[in-house]
Design a protein around this ligand. Structure first.
Ligand code: SF4
Length: 355
């Protein structure tokens, strides 16, 4: 059952009939939504970071010094605007607020009238960048401890109080329409803090918190087996106490299929037609889970524009030949969306009027 007002709903694609029509007719169109990883530089050192450690996906190759040159970033944003892309999220790779041109990039996206959002650790969420980020559709802070010492141990920096202050300040300054969320990755170290975290965030003006499991390569279900019951108990307690019209708890943990040993994998990836990722290495990837992997690469923007790459024959050929069951050796974050679209594609269209 989908939650009311769930910003993570799998059904959002149904609001884009033109894209659905293109998928049904196997036509290539511009991506609706793009994630840009402007830089791989980060001001924190989280032990579970999927880009800093090879703990989830094999053969990820991240050069921690890389950033998209400003001239290329401008070209990408102009291209996406011309192509009709509706939304851009700036995320990691590294920490997007470490990108020296982040204010200018956000400002440019805003001036082009596209929706924009950011996933950040919140450490640099201050001063000038707030003036443009306050009008984002959403800002999500990766934040996973209510305890200064644990925060330091997890992230390698002693900035717990600074991040709490930044979140508080942003909650005050942001537009009412900008949704401020927190992403809490549940690990064996922090699962006892779920209730306290909801208490803290609800009191400082955060709009939602999403709980999801730490992904551990090959052994996800084993890793979570011993904490799952208590995580679910804490989540239930937190929902009962803190869920309200102004604070939403999004549970992506309880029914996460990656916690099952035999999760389902779609035959086709339809999401790649509407969503893509651009890395700080100026390469385009199928999705964030396959970012910075050789097999996840669609192409390189160093000597061509995004538009040229996206509609090239080579990209179309790659898309036609891509097989998730062979290439995506982990639980896909878009699995439900792919399954939904696969059901639509496979539907008997002769009987659609007999609703
Ligand atoms: S992980 Fe999912 S979204 Fe990414 S390419 Fe594979 S099937 Fe597509």
């Amino acid at each position: 059952m989908q939650q009311i007002n769930n910003p993570y709903s799998d059904l959002k694609i149904l609001c884009h009939p033109d894209k659905i029509k293109a998928i049904l007719q196997e036509e290539r169109t511009s991506p609706l939504y793009v994630r840009i990883k402007p830089t791989n530089v980060c001001n924190q050192k989280c032990w579970y970071c999927v880009y800093a450690n090879d703990s989830v996906i094999d053969n990820r190759n991240v050069d921690r010094r890389e950033s998209i040159p400003w001239a290329k970033m401008k070209e990408i944003i102009n291209d996406l605007s011309e192509m009709g892309t509706k939304a851009i999220t700036f995320s990691g790779g590294g920490e997007p607020l470490c990108y020296p041109y982040i204010y200018d990039a956000l400002d440019m996206v805003q001036k082009h009238g596209m929706d924009y959002a950011m996933i950040s650790n919140g450490q640099g969420l201050e001063d000038r960048v707030i003036s443009v980020l306050k009008s984002a559709k959403w800002v999500r802070i990766s934040f996973d401890s209510t305890d200064r010492e644990l925060y330091k141990k997890t992230r390698g920096v002693d900035t717990f109080s600074k991040v709490v202050d930044n979140i508080k300040q942003f909650a005050i300054e942001k537009d009412k329409s900008c949704v401020l969320g927190v992403n809490f990755v549940v690990t064996k170290n922090n699962y006892k803090e779920i209730y306290d975290m909801c208490d803290l965030l609800a009191s400082i003006g955060v709009n939602n918190i999403k709980f999801s499991p730490l992904m551990v390569k090959g052994t996800n279900s084993d890793y979570h087996m011993e904490i799952k019951a208590e995580v679910e108990e804490q989540l239930a307690k937190a929902v009962e106490k803190f869920q309200s019209d102004t604070f939403c708890i999004i549970d992506k943990y309880t029914n996460d299929e990656s916690l099952e040993k035999n999760f389902v994998k779609s035959k086709r990836c339809h999401i790649k037609e509407v969503f893509t990722v651009i890395g700080a290495d100026c390469k385009v990837y199928y999705c964030h889970q396959r970012a910075y992997t050789r097999t996840g690469e669609i192409g390189d923007l160093t000597n061509q524009s995004f538009k040229e790459l996206w509609f090239s024959e080579q990209t179309t050929k790659k898309f036609r030949e891509m097989k998730p069951q062979r290439e995506c050796n982990f639980r896909c974050a878009f699995e439900e969306r792919n399954q939904l679209l696969e059901s639509l594609v496979n539907m008997d269209r002769k009987h659609i009027n007999f609703i």
